[in-house]
Design a protein around this ligand. Structure first.
Ligand code: URA
Length: 260
């Protein structure tokens, strides 16, 4: 097995992180510093260490988490609440979030200790589809929908986005639809918004650029005020899973995600 693959499935970190560890001289194979991540090792015989500690193949765990708004997607943070704070009761050693949701985004997030699983889902060439439900100020006409579907410019320095799937569910005035929008009191207090148009729908993308959904909708004049990820690949967020709760993924779900 390749050294970087062994390290990733041993829960040391993601494929990218473990390659960096190797290049930084933190990994030894049979007591010799090894600087080449792609070297083949024999995991049944070779002794692998990370900063002097033995590295073993550990049992893999996979969780579906319903991320609430208000926590950041990180393993640790000095001041702010992180997604890991919801995993206090289980052994969260080696666990990390797969990809990232913004602080104000809710919904489906996987956590695992399996760097290979992370790699499979995050590697751009694998085109794993992620579907988001949104509410936004603004409206979407036929041309906007076509632009989102075909690929749109979200910054001067980045290539166009890959083709996306957009489905509008509802459009109308904020005043008429505000009861259905889960956006709290903040906006309800701004009376000047009452006569503005709002739109909700689903956007499915197969990339993971920073703030991608918000930036795509901004490019067609829409300002996202609520965002929730509802599926990744063929796995949907359980409707019964409350915000802040998690459950183990079944082996069938894990297989579906890595072999799609
Ligand atoms: N796109 C965004 O804009 N934010 C997220 O959290 C996820 C996708």
């Amino acid at each position: 097995m390749r050294l970087d693959k062994f390290l990733a499935i041993s829960s040391i970190g993601t494929r990218k992180a473990v390659r960096d560890f190797v290049k930084q001289g933190k990994i030894c194979v049979n007591n010799e510093k090894m600087l080449e991540p792609s070297i083949e090792i024999d995991e049944s015989k070779d002794a692998i260490t990370y900063l002097g500690e033995d590295v073993f193949l550990t049992p893999k765990v996979y969780y579906m988490f319903h991320k609430p708004a208000g926590c950041i997607t990180a393993r640790t943070d000095n001041n702010r609440k992180t997604v890991m704070d919801y995993f206090g009761m289980v052994n969260s050693k080696g666990l990390f979030p797969v990809g990232r949701l913004d602080k104000d985004t809710e919904g489906l997030l996987f956590l695992t200790n399996d760097g290979e699983f992370n790699h499979q889902l995050m590697y751009p060439e694998n085109h794993v589809e992620k579907t988001y439900f949104f509410w936004a100020f603004g409206s979407l006409d036929k041309l906007d929908l076509e632009r989102l579907q075909k690929g749109i410019s979200i910054s001067e320095t980045e290539p166009l986005t890959k083709p996306a799937i957009i489905q509008v569910i509802k459009e109308g005035l904020y005043d008429d639809l505000k009861g259905e929008m889960d956006i709290g009191d903040l906006i309800n207090k701004k009376k000047n918004l009452y006569h503005q148009k709002v739109v909700c729908g689903y956007l499915t993308i197969s990339e993971g650029r920073k703030h991608q959904v918000k930036r795509m909708l901004k490019s067609v004049g829409c300002f996202v005020v609520y965002l929730k990820r509802i599926s990744i690949g063929h796995v949907q967020l359980d409707k019964a899973l409350e915000k802040g709760s998690f459950r183990r993924l079944s082996s069938e779900e894990v297989d579906k995600l890595v072999n799609q």
